[in-house]
Ligand binder design. Structure first.
Ligand SMILES: Nc1ncnc2c1ncn2[C@@H]1O[C@H](COP(=O)(O)OP(=O)(O)OP(=O)(O)O)[C@@H](O)[C@H]1O
Length: 263
């Protein structure tokens, strides 16, 4: 479903500040595969997501989604392929618009006939049913402005909006980091349910190793623009936080050529 081949991105190339954010990364995710992505600050995690979303253009390499080469498409041109939730709960929805208006926009995303935010009775019923699944009581507040919601409620709504039009790829960029532990747990549960229900191919960046181990079917560790650990199946299920920390220490100590051994 997602084929990334030899993807590279350097910022400020040719200057003293040159920074190789992504270094010939290749990654293949099958339909429905849910990869959690960890790595230290500056490892290239957000850059990877930005390249998949089309927010950034790569210097070289390819991004193929569901067989379509989207490498040269701008972010709005691949919007129908991608749902994304950011760290900031304020980023995913429009505060001055109501819950149902926000959902109507999400519902129309990627469709051809422009922005249609008209809400029919049938749509309203669907919105109500989807909101009820969040178990936050938002189904009774369709006409409430989104700016009135708490961070956790807003992030749950952002997640619903990101998955509403059943995207091919779901990108989650530390989407629970700004929430208190209880709300973070709720949004994580909703995430797992949405991925399962819509069979979404997912990349979830997190700094929380326990989360990275508990969620998803695959775990990727990045370091200095490369994927240095990539585990799935039984190996992922039985891995511990201590294993990840040990792997990270090995990566930091290893020369570039040795890193391939860790996968
Ligand atoms: N728009 C940009 N302009 C210049 N440099 C950038 C830009 N985005 C990222 N970088 C640099 O690229 C490198 C990778 O950054 P990136 O944000 O992808 O890392 P990350 O793994 O997401 O880190 P964090 O965990 O801190 O969010 C860093 O050195 C960063 O400073």
């Amino acid at each position: 479903m997602l084929e990334i081949t030899d993807l590279s991105k350097t910022f400020f190339a040719g200057t003293a500040n040159e920074r190789r954010a992504l270094d010939a990364v290749s990654l293949s995710l099958a339909a429905g595969e849910f990869a959690t992505v960890i790595g230290s600050n500056g490892a290239g995690k957000s850059t990877l997501l930005n390249l998949v979303a089309g927010r950034l253009r790569p210097d070289s390499g390819r991004v193929v989604i569901d067989g379509a080469d989207v490498t040269r498409l701008a972010d709005y041109q691949r919007a129908s392929y991608i749902g994304r939730v950011f760290q900031n709960p304020m980023a995913g929805s429009a505060p001055e618009m109501t819950i149902e208006e926000n959902l109507a926009i999400a519902d129309g995303r990627g469709r051809r006939r422009g922005l249609r935010i008209g809400v029919t009775r049938a749509k309203r019923e669907r919105f109500r049913a989807e909101l009820a699944s969040l178990e936050l009581g938002l189904e009774d507040r369709l006409r409430t402005k989104v700016g009135m919601l708490s961070g956790g409620q807003r992030q749950a709504l952002s997640l619903l909006m990101a998955t509403f039009s059943e995207p091919k790829i779901l990108l989650l960029d530390e989407h629970t980091a700004a929430l208190d532990p209880q709300r973070a747990e709720l949004v994580l549960r909703l995430t797992a349910e949405a991925v399962e229900r819509h069979h979404l191919t997912t990349l979830m960046v997190t700094h929380n190793m326990e989360q990275a181990l508990r969620l998803g079917t695959r775990l990727i560790m990045m370091h200095e623009g490369r994927i240095v650990v990539d585990v799935a199946g039984e190996r992922k299920r039985t891995a511990t936080v201590a294993d990840l920390l040990a792997a990270f220490e090995r990566v930091k100590g290893a020369g570039l050529d040795d890193r391939a051994l860790l996968g």
